[in-house]
Design a protein around this ligand. Structure first.
Ligand code: FEO
Ligand code: CA
Ligand code: CA
Ligand code: CA
Length: 627
């Protein structure tokens, strides 16, 4: 397998192996605490046996809360939806955003000049936002499928400087006005709101790390100005109309011309090493060569706040929200007005975080400091269904505020934060003080420590060794106060395969042969309080995953625990990104990396075309509200 066929985690695993030493006895002791595991399950078998449709997948579509009948798992190179729903393409990788931009060139999969003015690759988190009377899609372009974008090169990797720049410019964020016409939703070319934000866009660094020596480089002696954002995974939205783009696997773009360089431990914790991931950005920009610019990796791994209403605005990196492999940023306005942001760090054995602002939000008031001035916490779960937020304070960590902001993982280790099964999206229930996190999977659970050497014992919210399927965990803050120290927690669903396994790999009772899935990743509530689950998992449909089919999207009822499959994506894609039109009659869903790893996909254009990630608009055939 070539490096570019590996997942981010697999690459890190090979290039930055974790410490070997692990207190295995303690791990095993914890693993066998099955009573503890059962006691924290959210809902007992009895609850599920009363809901026949949850077990059989049959449903009276009109009469229940979901409003659709479950679709079957499949391996089709298409989008499958329930009867009564239709999808149409909105925008795909390489689509021009301005009328003077060239069309996508299928033969070379675009050029740098063309990509600069076009929708980027591998769209991920997104928000439909309203600016005046315009509807705007703001969307992350997480990374590139190197073997697809460079399929005309023998190496299937970027070779020329233009190839490298094309790949670089396919990253970042796209802001594009969209509109619905008789032919469906589509791009409004030349809208004054259209903007590409790339790894070359100037940004401000704000918060406790701004101006610190760790962030200074030859090009920026102030440590307050940086260029660009990349590997933007999922997202967040603020009530003051800004978009949050979250930098995830920022490490895979750095390399060192000096292969014997001793990489500092603080960079190793984030997987920065002497080899990049096949992007070759150092070939055109010394910033990505850590032997020349050792502080540049400290300037990535943040949440970036973007104002889509002003195309001339400078995006702001919010170091107060910590530096790690950010998945998304779920913003909650607490009952006292404080801004609370829940965030996951998606790597095996890393932590779940909470940010609490010092100031309070009021509509129309200043929001300048709300993501600048505040406190970061990491979650500590107990096996008894309780948990607490450990403050990443100078006293608790022995680190300065700037060091905590830059080396947040190290700070989390110092307070004994719970090592998690890869925290992906976090989302809060709009109807109650209750927050959900998708823990996607973790083959190292109970086997290996995290990159900082913290053990990964089996138990609590991570109850299965070598976790193949993932789970969704939820917590309820004490006194319905999102700033409270303590919380209760339980497991909403353990994904699994009850057709293959009868032990805990079968999953919780709300998983059955009709609705099974693996690797929950994107999770988000709609306005009705339905929890939508998007998967980024094993799509080989064999062995442990037989019957799971392609990656998919499901709907879950947070009250009953019932889960029903709504959508199946095309071959080898991941389903990620969810938002709704202002009238809630259109659901926008993202399809990422169809055709990755050499699987044959021609989505969405068919024939023998190159697969191209994109966004689809889903509507009810009766024109009704969808979410
Ligand atoms: Fe970019 Fe953790 O998914
Ligand atoms: Ca994800
Ligand atoms: Ca994922
Ligand atoms: Ca992905």
């Amino acid at each position: 397998m070539k490096d570019h066929d590996l997942s981010f985690d697999e690459f890190d695993e090979i290039n930055n192996p974790r410490p070997e030493e692990c207190d295995f006895d303690r791990v095993v002791e914890s693993a066998i605490s099955r009573r503890g595991f059962l006691s924290v399950l959210a809902v007992g078998t009895a609850t599920f046996l009363t809901g026949t449709s949850a077990l059989t997948g049959r449903a009276d579509a009109a009469a229940d809360r979901f409003g659709f009948a479950q679709v079957a798992a499949n391996g089709n190179d298409d989008i499958t939806l329930p009867q009564g729903f239709t999808s149409s393409p909105v925008v795909n990788w390489g689509d021009p955003l301005w009328s003077d931009a060239p069309e996508f060139d299928w033969s070379v999969r675009g050029t740098a000049e063309q990509q600069k003015m076009a929708f980027g690759d591998n769209n991920d988190g997104m928000s439909i936002m309203t600016v005046g009377d315009k509807t705007v899609l703001v969307i992350n372009q997480e990374y590139t499928n190197r073997d697809i974008a460079n399929a005309h090169r023998e190496s299937k990797l970027p070779e020329t400087d233009d190839d490298v720049l094309k790949g670089m410019l396919a990253h970042g964020v796209t802001i594009v006005e969209i509109a619905e016409t008789d032919s469906g939703w589509g791009v409004v070319k030349d809208s004054p709101l259209n903007r590409r934000i790339t790894p070359q866009t100037e940004m401000d660094i704000t918060g406790p790390a701004a101006g610190h020596d760790l962030l200074k480089t030859a090009a920026d002696a102030t440590g307050t100005k940086t260029l660009g954002t990349w590997n933007n995974c999922a997202n967040g939205e603020t009530p003051w109309g800004t978009y949050l783009a979250c930098e995830e696997n920022f490490n895979g773009y750095f390399r060192s011309a000096d292969k014997d360089m001793e990489v500092p431990a603080a960079l190793k914790r984030y997987g920065v090493g002497v080899d990049d991931w096949g992007y070759a950005w150092a070939q055109i920009d010394d910033r990505f060569d850590i032997s020349k610019t050792p502080n540049e990796p400290n300037r990535a791994g943040y949440v970036v706040e973007i104002d889509p209403s002003d195309p001339t605005s400078t995006p702001k990196k919010r170091t107060a929200l910590g530096r790690f492999k950010h998945e998304n940023a779920d913003v909650v306005i607490n009952k006292d007005g404080k801004v609370v942001v829940y965030m996951g760090d998606d790597e095996r054995g890393e932590f779940l975080y909470r940010y609490v602002s010092n100031g309070v939000y009021s509509a129309g008031g200043s929001t300048d400091d709300l993501l600048v001035d505040g406190t970061l916490y990491a979650a500590v779960f107990s096996d008894d269904g309780r948990g607490k937020w450990a403050e990443l304070s100078e006293a608790a960590t022995g680190m300065s505020a700037a060091e905590i902001a830059v080396h947040s993982r190290i700070a989390g280790s110092k307070v004994g934060a719970t090592t998690m099964d890869r925290p992906e999206w976090v989302t809060s229930n709009p109807n109650k003080a209750e927050v959900y996190v998708a823990l996607t999977n973790n083959k190292n659970r109970g086997i290996k420590p995290n990159k900082g050497g913290d053990e990964t014992p089996v138990g609590g919210p991570n109850p299965r060794a070598e976790n193949k399927y993932g789970q969704i965990v939820r917590w309820m803050p004490d006194n319905e106060d999102h700033t409270a120290e303590g919380f209760d927690w339980n497991i909403f669903v353990l994904a699994g395969n009850p057709a293959v396994h009868s032990d805990d790999k079968a999953g919780t009772p709300n998983v059955n042969a009709g609705n099974m899935f693996n690797s929950p990743d994107g999770i988000a509530f709609d306005s009705k309080g339905i929890l939508w689950i998007q998967t980024d998992g094993n799509y080989k449909n064999e062995g442990d995953f037989e019957g799971h089919g392609n990656n998919q999207m499901l709907a879950a009822d947070p009250e009953t625990g019932e889960i029903r499959r709504f959508l199946v994506g095309p071959v080898s894609c991941e389903i990620t990104g969810l938002s709704f039109s202002p009238d809630r009659k259109t659901m926008f869903v993202g399809v990422q990396h169809p055709g990755e790893k050499g699987f044959a996909s021609h989505w969405p254009f068919g024939g023998d075309t190159v697969p191209r990630s994109g966004v689809v608009a889903i509507k009810r055939d009766d024109g009704g509200v969808i979410g």
